[in-house]
Design a protein around this ligand. Structure first.
Ligand code: MRU
Length: 364
């Protein structure tokens, strides 16, 4: 999608064997490109959230493994790189999915052939992510078109949480891909953007990308959604996911569950958009089984922003010395999810409906 009018992806390989990413900790104040040349760079980029969002974490891990194998392609090097990347963030299952896909591709090869094969697999993962997200956009735009129909010609209001846009994927996004396709189709649309404390992915990233793309939007404080829904100001919600169980429970950025509760109470459709690489086929109970990342307390007690000079600084917002808890994600049970939007189409959030789209995942 666009940055300053130029089509851009969130990561790309360079001619000299490195990988470049957009440092998302600097957005929206500065667009800075960071070069990854080895395992340590890739682990740091994921753990410190220079890249974030489940599909992009997966694609970066795949490329990170390719970079790591240029440094050490032995069996021990492969195992060490997989373990290091897998430990960088716990909730998004795309990370483990991408690592296993590249590992399985290169493990049978001679050490000397592994790095190039891993790079080819990482490139394929990135390209497939773009195609899956575009397909999610087409399917989700049909839901927005239906909402527009129900709205009888007035502007459709959509609410989203966190950033599940193109910055969270390789391109297009998951929750926001339907918005971009709806825009292409000429549907009059406005997006309510939850700011998404503590790291403000909504205010910083979703608002940035919608603005760059010319989509009408308004940033709201995280607790505003319920009020808007009570007053008929939200036609539908679409959020992304970091891990979805085979039964349709969805882990996403902390606060998503509360939006789903408010949507259910107000009869507002609540959709979860994700590629199949976000489904953890082993799990059935999201609340019990999905690991929830806890991050540094300072992300809650402090906030980052730009001074009028453009300098990016962090300031203390909590009472000095007060302890803080920082749970990164929560789980929305399937009963609160109206539908899942996948690359293969839209389905109910139930095991039977998911398997209807992905019959190859039926267990004998
Ligand atoms: O902590 P983050 O910024 O990686 O969390 C991102 C989200 O929760 C997204 O909604 C999710 O990864 C879906 S991305 C298409």
């Amino acid at each position: 999608m666009l940055i300053h009018g130029r089509p851009t992806r969130t990561l790309w390989p360079t001619a000299d064997g490195a990988v470049e990413i957009i440092d998302q900790t600097r957005l929206p104040h500065a667009v800075e490109i960071v070069r990854l040349t080895g395992l340590a760079d890739a682990v740091r980029a994921i753990a410190d959230m220079l890249v974030r969002g489940a599909p992009l974490i997966g694609a970066t891990a795949a490329w990170g493994l390719a970079l790591a194998l240029r440094e050490d392609a032995s069996d021990a090097g492969l195992a060490r790189a997989v373990a290091g990347l897998a430990a960088s963030r716990p909730t998004a299952v795309n990370l483990a999915w991408a690592l296993e896909r590249v590992r399985a591709r290169v493990a049978p090869l001679a050490a000397g052939d592994r790095a190039d094969a891993a790079a080819a697999e990482a490139a394929a993962i990135a390209d497939e992510d773009v195609a899956m997200c575009r397909a999610i956009g087409e399917h989700g735009a049909d839901l927005i078109a239906a909402a527009a129909e129900r709205a009888g010609g007035r502007r459709v209001n959509l609410l989203t949480h966190c950033n599940a846009g193109w910055l969270a994927t390789v391109d297009w996004g998951t929750a926001l891909a339907p918005v971009y396709v709806a825009q292409e189709r000429g549907i009059d649309l406005h997006v309510w953007v939850d700011e998404t404390r503590p790291r403000n992915q909504g205010a910083a990233l979703t608002a940035f990308e919608l603005g760059q793309q010319g989509v009408a939007h308004t940033v709201i404080a995280d607790n505003t959604g319920g009020h808007l829904m009570q007053h008929g100001m939200v036609d539908l919600c679409i959020v992304g996911a970091d891990r979805v169980t085979r039964t349709g429970d969805a882990a996403n950025k902390i606060g998503t569950y509360l939006k789903a509760l408010a949507a259910a109470d107000n009869g507002v459709d609540f959709h979860v958009a994700m590629p199949s690489s976000t489904i953890d086929w082993r799990l059935r109970d999201g609340v019990k089984e999905i690991p929830i990342e806890q991050r540094a307390a300072e992300e809650v007690t402090r906030m980052r922003g730009a001074l009028p000079s453009g300098e990016i600084v962090e300031v203390q917002v909590a009472a000095p010395g007060s302890p803080a808890a920082n749970y990164g994600f929560d789980v929305t049970p399937s009963r609160l999810v109206t539908s899942l939007i996948t690359e293969r189409g839209v389905c109910a959030a139930s095991e039977a409906a998911i398997l209807g789209l992905f019959p190859e995942r039926k267990v004998a």
